[in-house]
Design a protein around this ligand. Structure first.
Ligand code: OXD
Ligand code: MN
Length: 596
């Protein structure tokens, strides 16, 4: 390494020639005043936090009530993922498939290159090395993000294993994700999130929002991850992972895919109701799951993340007491409201609505105001080590063995509370046809049903039909296949009320799933799959009426015919690469429904 190079790129914490020459190239392009390498130390975090406070990027909260907690207010135009500005830049449009926006790599590098040119002049470029996954895990991946945002650095420090350890793990290898990020002027006209799976590269510009700017999360762990997973024989999924320990001390691991803002974090932190005395749910992960076949023929999973980037509104002592404890210290809050004494507040938090607040945009807010005080997609970023129910196996390099995989969506009608697939192919069909009513986690209309296969529609880094094929191929390398299920916590009665209480009570569904996965309980065969026998579904000590549970489980044949027509429309969109087996599954279901 030449000294000229060393001055141009700060004081390197690594001698990796691939890394240094890439950083040099990015520095030439973005022309920062200063380059700072992040070592991930506590002293560095303190210094960056102080600097962020000085610049107004972070607002200190009441340190007595919320030690180590800060508030960030984003630009009001930058509050969610922007799927319309997110691109997969493969050589051919076919590889990206019909559900992704596509740009050719040449066009993307050129277009964004023009925006990156000089974009960091007058600013500091931070070199953020990180590992996704436990140190020493054969499943872990290394990334380096270059960013001009202190907010991003501090969030990456919570969400990933960030710092010197990542550089040490990388050694001299060229195998790392190259992430370049610049906030620019947060102008949506100059906002692009471009993925180059063939180069293991991400370029993101014009947004500071988590899903667009923390490049380890959706960009590497899901979009690039899914692409690498197919190439390398593993799976990158939008799933939470829990370990469910029974009173005998046996722990069963379950992974579950839900679209954004459907309660994955709540499910991942579930506290069993009183009736389940002696049961315990351990959190492994709340958003992303990497799985690969193990030498014992089972499917093993890790959580590549080290923290939670969760939705604040609706989080309270009843819906998620574990999260409330987790976020009580060392947390960065984004776009929540603030009380006069420096506490945080959001719609659906415990206690009385305060008389006066400062809203998420920094404006005075009064109780009764028609506007929400916290943004609907306001977030907390908290280290997983704050979680009192963190799985003791979260750092196991080999991961945990998955016995069941669950697909869930937000559906007010049609989809029953829980159904088990007849077999793997049928379960893949269930996942592939997953639909959900849209939420505030992405910009666009809220409350319309959209197909979101395996909850991966916005996150699959390649063609969706080929992704289904990858799922269908997995049994070749897994002897002991996880059992597959579909759930819906959100079904409503004719009067609009929820038929199932959800939250902790979901433990009852989880227990049935686990019993089925271990072949310990029976089920009722229906056209859709196996559902619980009333006798085998533990509803004791619950205030919900049996009629409501029956209705939540009921199959409305006419609604299913409409559902299948909608699925057909979706399949037609994917026709070029849609696996025949899944088309057949739809036809078989139609025939079963016709038989009544
Ligand atoms: C998330 C999302 O932030 O899915 O996890 O949008
Ligand atoms: Mn997510």
């Amino acid at each position: 390494m030449s000294s000229a190079l060393a001055t141009g790129i700060g004081t390197p914490l690594s001698r990796n020639a691939h890394l240094l020459s890439w950083i040099e190239e990015c520095v030439r392009l973005t022309k920062p005043d200063r380059v700072v390498w992040c070592d991930g130390s506590a002293a560095e975090k303190d210094a960056l936090t102080r600097e962020a406070v000085r610049l107004g990027i972070l607002i200190p909260l009441n340190q007595k009530k919320l030690p180590g907690c800060y508030l960030h207010r984003s630009n009001p135009n930058d509050v969610a993922r922007t799927e319309q500005l997110t691109f997969i830049c493969t050589r051919t449009v076919k590889e990206a498939g019909p559900t992704n926006n596509w740009m050719s790599p040449e066009d993307a590098y050129q277009k964004l290159g023009r925006l990156f040119d000089g974009s960091m002049s007058g600013r500091t470029l931070y070199v953020v090395p990180y590992v996704m996954g436990p140190f020493g895990s054969p499943m872990a991946k290394i990334g380096v993000e270059l960013t001009d945002s202190i907010y991003v650095v501090l969030n990456m420090g919570i969400m990933t294993r960030m710092g010197q350890g990542a550089l040490d793990a990388l050694g001299g290898s060229s195998d790392f994700n190259r992430g370049l990020h610049c906030t620019l002027d947060v102008n949506p006209d100059r906002r692009f999130i471009c993925h180059f799976p063939e180069d293991n590269t991400v370029w993101s510009i014009g947004s500071g929002y988590g899903g667009n700017a923390l490049l380890g999360k959706k960009c590497l762990a899901l979009r690039i991850g899914s692409y690498l997973g197919r190439r390398e024989g593993w799976m990158a999924e939008h799933m939470m992972i829990v370990g469910v320990e029974d009173p005998n001390g046996e722990t069963t691991y379950v992974a579950a895919a839900f679209p954004s803002a459907c309660g994955k974090t709540n499910f991942a932190m579930l506290i069993p109701p009183k009736r389940f005395h002696g049961w315990k749910v351990w959190t492994v992960g709340d958003d992303i799951c990497w799985m690969r076949p193990g030498p014992d023929g089972r499917l093993w999973a890790i959580n590549p993340e080290a923290g939670y980037f969760g939705v604040a509104p609706g989080t309270n002592q009843a819906t998620n007491p574990t999260a409330m404890r987790t976020i009580s210290k060392d947390t960065i809050y984004t776009n929540v409201a603030m009380t006069p004494d420096g506490d945080v507040w959001w719609e659906g938090k415990d206690g009385e609505v305060p008389e006066e607040l400062v809203d998420w945009q920094g404006r005075p807010w009064k109780k009764g105001s028609p506007e929400k005080a916290a943004h609907a997609n306001s977030r907390f970023t908290s280290p997983m080590t704050n979680n009192p129910n963190l799985s003791p196996h979260v750092n196991d390099p080999e991961g945990v063995p998955i016995a069941a995989i669950v697909f869930g969506g937000r559906r007010s009608t049609t989809v029953p509370l829980v159904v088990q697939a007849f077999n793997w192919v049928h379960g893949v069909y269930m996942g592939a046809t997953l639909g959900s009513e849209t939420t505030a986690a992405t910009t666009g209309k809220v409350g319309v049903v959209r197909r979101d296969p395996m909850a991966m529609l916005p996150f699959c880094g390649y063609d969706m039909g080929t992704y289904f094929d990858h799922w269908l191929d997995m049994p070749k390398s897994i002897r002991d296949l996880p059992k597959l299920f579909q759930v819906n916590w959100f079904r409503r009665g004719d009067d609009g009320r929820f038929l199932w209480p959800g939250f902790g009570e979901n433990m009852r569904v989880l227990k049935w799933i686990i019993d089925r996965a271990h072949r310990r309980t029976g089920g009722w065969e229906t056209a859709l799959g196996w559902v619980p026998h009333q006798a085998e579904f533990d509803l004791s000590g619950m205030s919900v009426s049996l009629e409501d549970v029956d209705e939540a489980e009921s199959i409305d044949i006419e609604a299913w015919k409409v559902e299948l027509a909608d699925q057909e429309e979706f399949f037609t969109k994917l026709a070029a690469t849609m696996p025949r087996e899944l088309v057949l599954q739809r036809e078989l279901l139609m025939a079963r429904l016709d038989r009544g």
